[in-house]
Write a new protein. Structure first.
Lengths: 617, 295
């Protein structure tokens, strides 16, 4: 912050350069001191409470969309999960399917027709009844509107038809039997609001008039992009109103600011902590930390030749990466264990298949013989054999005569990308692949990894209890219709993988299905469209003097934020007599103090400045 | 013959300037410290082992406090903070000097052109200067470094093209003062063309001031570079003081209380900018007679 100030101040100063230096320093020093004091306390003004109990959550990832058809960031889907109810959702205890809007469900003998009984008496927040027609509309919209498929397209690709014979019955017919029909992670939206939206990409679909109408435990009441999402507890929620009144997601530019806010009682719940921050918060008064088993995998994408649904190449990935031998050599040259130990401070589990260890039924680990062992010498030899000899400057040259230079895309806001990229650059440099880092904004990473304009990229996805969602994102069917509208996670398109995925998703015998899921992951691992680095332990912390407990998913070992469902927020229990309405929080008082110092400091600086100017002439 | 006299005079003038400069203790101290820093930065590849900069070869454990082995402790990846600070000086100085040269070059050309030609040329050039002057330079620099490919050259360009207008204003004012002197009129009457007047009379008259100004601009350029790196817009492959601070912040070292990770780059920025300011001010008093007795 002080750096900013000095640069800003310099324009003013330079004009008077002949006799100015000390004057601007007099103005500068008190201001600088005041800003240093004020710095960490600027945010709370927006987070002040307006009566009632409030849960304030720090958000350190950008929100891309609130529109549930487009929202793909973990932060955005987390907000969307609160505002709209699902048909069924994984339970907080153990991720087994539990009733949401659907009270019960049956399947036909041929396993192709699923009939859901829709809960009666549930109302949208504008008073209209929630019916099976809303659910039918939601699925039909995703099935027919390409733009609406961005976030949840994989769930419906096997749907033949979705109908609502009456208000309380929803019938879904699938093309082939599908095992994941009780784990459809799609928010059901009100037809009377969304039927009028012709263009899903329209910016107004992120506005409160559209997204504010919901039936979930919380309703969106205010959205200021990159600043604040405010929700109020839904008083008519069918499970009953939450135990507090308002939920705020306050954006922080970096996790350190969020941690300071937690310490200063400006927010109550923080996630995505770095290991250093997590260790520092342990043992602090009134703060409880939570190290959870992760349901996300972190990966290094290796562009295998991005293409669209019609198999036309898109993007500008390095053609050398289409060669599976090059991708395997890259996988051999990087060492996930080191990344976990050093960059993640040990808070992660070594990666294997796409599905993390928290879903033991489907998790797959390569055997010792299958695993890519960190072995730069072997990687070098493999590249030599594949026809990529080292050039004079140590960089390998491909068969097309072009040097093997790759770009590594990552989020500038993310510690892992910033630091991990240094390791990858060094490791790949050792096998003659020159890598340049490109650390950009979250949204640009998203745009470019959707458009295929990357060579290597740090990425990661949350997984669902049902493996279809994750595997579906790697299938040919998930390839984008047009560049940029991708639901494909890695641009992987492999007939063998697709066959296994198809078999898996139609297999209703649990043991056989699990085996097929593992085979599909093994194929993915072998073809390396991405290297699964690890499954991060989500690191969270909350203030126990404001909220005593949060439900975790799964119970005991799980995370609070970014769950499959809304349990963590819905079930939060406020502390008795916790500070709520009335009075400013301590941070605000310090902020006011700092503002006073700014005013006085600037005043003193100005008066001195005037004096010295008088002295001059 | 005359050339010898000219050189003799110049040497005498330079000696005079040096005497006056040396009389200013602050300026002298700044110059000495600056010389040491520049020497250390230039010799960094000789006196240290650059392989310690590679995260995969980091010799220490993450965030070790200062010890005998690591006088300034280690960073989040286990590298020596002392080593990083030394190498960071190279980027900071390189960008500082290069951006300043760019900025002063643009500023001087625009300033002299505006002062010398006057009328519509001045009108256009000064409006352009005003445009850059009122634009917040940080915002412009951020915008530039976002559109252009990341790298040191981009940072130099971004800092250089946003910090020239004040130099231009200064040079224009000085040009006007010089051009109003009778010997310029005489030179014109004797048939001296634009090139002759600007090259032989105006430029030598403006140069001392430009030089003093340059020293001050370097300090600002270094801060600008650190700011941009701190915001994550710097060259991602080179260690600079700004990027060290950024990494300390984003990795949570601040929360972890690792003061040894933050203080060295922060203090280094303060010291180097202070040195340039001291030297610049001392030079200014020497070359600008109006400032004598004031500082």
């Amino acid at each position: 912050m002080w750096l900013l100030f000095r640069l800003g101040g310099s324009t003013e100063r330079r004009d008077l350069v002949r006799f100015s230096m000390f004057r601007s320093w007099r103005v500068g020093v008190p201001l600088l001191a005041a800003m240093l004091v004020a710095g960490p306390f600027v945010a709370p003004a927006q987070a002040q409470q307006q009566g009632g109990k409030v849960l304030r959550v720090a958000l350190v990832q950008e929100v891309d969309h609130l529109n549930p058809f487009l929202a793909s960031f973990a932060s955005s889907t987390m907000v969307g999960r609160l505002a709209w109810e699902f048909l069924t959702l994984p339970s907080a205890e153990d991720n087994t399917p539990s009733p949401g809007l659907a009270t019960s469900w049956t399947t036909s003998d041929d396993k192709l027709t699923w009939t859901y009984q829709i809960r009666q008496g549930v109302k949208w927040s504008d008073g209209q009844a929630v019916t099976a027609k809303d659910a039918a509309f939601t699925f039909n919209r995703i099935m027919t509107d390409k733009k609406a498929q961005e976030a949840n397209g994989t769930y419906v690709e096997n749907f033949a038809s979705v109908t609502a014979p009456d208000d309380h019955t929803l019938v879904i017919r699938t093309k082939v039997p599908q095992a994941s029909m009780t784990a459809i992670d799609v928010p059901i939206v009100p037809e009377h609001i969304w039927a009028g939206i012709s263009d899903m990409d329209d910016a107004k679909t992120d506005g409160v008039p559209v997204v504010g109408v919901g039936d979930g435990p919380f309703l969106i009441t205010e959205y200021r992009p990159n600043e604040l999402v405010r929700l109020k507890a839904n008083p008519d929620y069918w499970r009953g109103k939450a135990k507090y009144d308002e939920l705020q997601f306050i954006s922080y530019k970096n996790a350190d600011a969020a941690v300071n806010a937690l310490r200063n009682d400006e927010v109550d719940l923080v996630n995505r902590l770095t290991s250093t921050q997590f260790d520092a918060l342990q043992g602090e008064a009134n703060i409880t930390t939570n190290k959870a088993t992760g349901r996300r995998y972190r990966e290094l994408l290796i562009n295998p030749g991005a293409q669209n649904l019609d198999h036309q190449p898109i993007g500008d990935g390095n053609p050398a990466l289409k060669d599976v031998r090059v991708r395997k050599a890259i996988a051999q040259a990087i060492d996930p264990r080191t990344l976990i130990d050093k960059v993640l401070g040990g808070y992660g589990e070594l990666g294997g298949g796409l599905l993390p260890t928290s879903y033991p039924k489907y998790h797959w680990d390569p055997s010792d013989a299958q695993r890519y062992k960190f072995d730069p010498a072997a990687a070098n030899a493999a590249l030599d054999a594949a026809g990529y000899p080292k050039g004079a400057d140590g960089t390998r040259v491909g068969p097309d005569g072009k040097p093997l230079q790759l770009r590594l895309l990552g989020r500038a806001s993310e510690d892992f990308a910033q630091r991990g990229s240094d390791y990858v650059v060094s490791w790949l440099g050792a096998i003659g692949i020159k890598v340049t880092k490109q650390l950009v904004s979250d949204n640009e990473v998203d745009d470019r990894s959707n458009a295929g304009t990357y060579d290597l990229a740090f990425s990661g996805w949350g997984t669902s209890p049902d493996p279809d969602y994750t595997l579906g994102k790697q299938s040919c069917g998930a390839l984008p219709a047009t560049a940029g509208s991708s639901s494909s996670a890695s641009f992987f398109c492999d007939p063998q993988f697709d066959a296994l995925y198809q078999q898996e998703s139609t297999e209703l015998d649990p043991a056989k299905r699990a085996d097929l899921v593992k085979q599909a992951q093994a194929r993915y691992y072998d073809q390396v469209p991405s290297v699964v680095i690890d499954y991060d332990n989500p690191l969270e912390a909350f203030r126990t003097d404001r909220f005593t407990s949060f439900p975790k998913q799964p119970a005991g070992s799980g995370n609070i934020m970014e769950q499959s469902g809304y349990w963590g927020f819905y079930g939060a229990t406020p502390a008795d007599g916790g500070s709520d309405s009335g009075g400013l929080p301590a941070g605000a008082w310090v902020g006011i103090g700092a503002a006073v110092i700014v005013v006085i400091g600037a005043g003193v600086g100005l008066s001195r400045r005037k004096k010295s100017a008088d002295d001059q002439e | 013959m005359t050339a010898a006299i000219v050189w003799q005079r110049r040497r005498a003038a330079a000696a005079g300037v040096w005497r006056e400069f040396a009389a200013n203790r602050g300026g002298l101290a700044g110059l000495v410290i600056l010389a040491v820093i520049v020497l250390l930065a230039v010799l960094a590849p000789v006196i240290t082992d650059p392989s310690g900069l590679d995260v995969t070869n980091a010799p220490g454990r993450p965030l070790q406090p200062p010890s005998g082995r690591f006088p300034l402790g280690t960073d989040i990846d286990g590298r020596s903070v002392l080593l990083l600070t030394l190498w960071g000086a190279r980027v900071s100085l390189l960008v500082g000097f290069a951006a300043t040269i760019l900025s002063v070059l643009i500023g001087t050309i625009v300033g002299i052109a505006a002062g010398h030609f006057g009328r519509w040329v001045a009108g256009i050039l000064l409006r352009l200067t005003d445009f850059f002057l009122v634009l917040p330079s940080l915002v412009l620099a951020i915008a530039l470094s976002t559109v252009l490919p990341q790298g040191i050259a981009t940072i130099i360009l971004a800092v250089g093209v946003t910090s020239w207008p004040t130099t231009a204003r200064l040079v224009r004012a000085q040009t006007l003062t010089i051009e109003s002197r009778p010997y310029i009129e005489r030179a014109k009457a004797l048939g001296g063309g634009h090139l002759h007047i600007v090259g032989k009379h105006v430029l030598p008259g403006v140069l001392p001031l430009v030089l003093a100004n340059t020293t001050l601009v370097v300090g600002n350029s270094i801060i600008a570079e650190s700011t941009l790196s701190f915001l994550g817009l710097g060259d991602p492959s080179a260690v600079s003081w700004g990027s060290m601070l950024q990494r300390a912040l984003s990795s949570g070292a601040v929360t972890g209380g690792a003061w040894w990770y933050l203080l060295p780059p922060g203090l280094a920025i303060v010291v180097i900018v202070l040195c340039f300011t001291l030297v610049g001010r001392a030079l200014e008093t020497v070359v600008n007679p109006r400032l004598k007795g004031h500082s």
